[in-house]
Design a protein around this ligand. Structure first.
Ligand code: NAP
Length: 281
């Protein structure tokens, strides 16, 4: 390891993919700043670090709170003098559809999944320029393919992908590489955290049949073992951290690669519509 180890800041490390990336990065020799919005939720992270025999620097960062983002990034620079990579991992799902979501609901989804990524990326970029660093964002296959009852979530992830795809060549002129990492289903707290109540108004309304089809398919996907492990998804993020020249778009599994490929070759939209229509009827 060099005298000044490379430093990575990761958001949303209380559970799931973020936690797995924090452990994998520390194991790979990165000085790992693992951030959480609520430091009282760090038990699982501390336990995983102890089990793996690695050290983490655990700090508070709520991606929706600009002041906390600035404080975390400034703190890293004050303490270590460098920032070599950021992994924008924090995110939250949301199930709903146009008629039952309020615009405020949709804004909230955008705040975490889109503007949160922007807050962190904007604070980090000047420092990443200094190190020729990496800006990596965990998006989703839902950042490429719009999925039923995920309108707001997919809109936010599409927004991130459009932003990062546009930024990538600009940042590259100054030596910063920009990548998005696209998981399919990963067995994390993500689905439980959506906080969706099947018995609430949407389930009793005109969309109930379509919703039940969607829920049945999703539950099956998470229960039949095809969901990837967080450690498996973290491997793809580590690839983006450690590769000489990471690709812009990186899927975390073969399934995700095939799924995203459907969209990227679907110039009139019929392949994706044919696929997702079957999810709801
Ligand atoms: P998870 O276990 O629910 O983890 C999400 C993390 O984001 C948690 O640590 C959560 O913290 C954090 N977070 C939420 N709001 C935040 C905020 N305002 N500020 C800082 N942190 C915040 O789910 P996951 O599956 O690991 O999700 C990680 C990323 O993968 C997300 O961007 C998600 O969209 C993406 N993804 C997941 C799947 C999947 O199937 N699991 C598929 C595609 C993409 P708290 O503990 O405080 O809530």
């Amino acid at each position: 390891m060099s005298a000044t180890p490379r430093t990575v800041l990761i958001t949303g490390t209380s559970s799931g993919i973020g936690l797995a990336v924090a452990i994998a990065a520390a194991q790979a020799g990165w000085r790992t700043v693992a951030t959480l919005r609520d430091l009282t939720r760090a038990d699982a992270l501390r336990k995983a670090a102890a089990e793996a025999g690695v050290e983490l620097d655990i700090r508070q960062l709520d991606v929706t709170d600009e002041a906390s983002v600035t404080a975390a990034v400034d703190g890293v620079i004050a303490d270590y003098g460098r920032l070599d990579a950021v992994v924008n991992n924090a995110g939250a799902g949301h199930l709903g559809t146009l008629e039952n979501d309020t615009v405020a609901d949709v804004r909230k989804v955008m705040e975490v999944n889109f503007f949160g990524v922007l807050h962190v990326s904007k604070a980090a970029l000047p420092h990443l320029r200094t190190t020729g660093g990496r800006l990596i964002t965990v998006t989703s296959v839902g950042g490429v393919i719009g999925q039923p009852f995920n309108e707001a979530y997919c809109a936010a992830k599409f927004a991130v992908e459009g932003y990062m795809e546009s930024l990538a060549p600009v940042a590259q002129t100054l030596g910063v590489s920009v990548s998005v990492v696209e998981p399919g289903a990963v067995a994390t707290e993500f689905v439980n955290n959506v906080g969706f109540d099947l018995e609430a108004d949407i389930a009793a309304g005109p969309y109930s049949d379509a919703l039940r089809h969607y829920i049945d398919r999703t539950v099956e996907q998470f229960l039949d073992g095809s969901a990837q492990t967080p450690a498996g998804a973290a491997e793809a993020v580590m690839g983006a951290l450690d590769a000489d020249r990471p690709a812009f778009r990186i899927q975390t599994s073969e399934w995700a690669r095939t799924f995203v490929g459907t969209k990227l070759a679907d110039v009139d939209g019929s392949a994706v519509q044919g696929l997702t229509a079957a999810w709801v009827g």
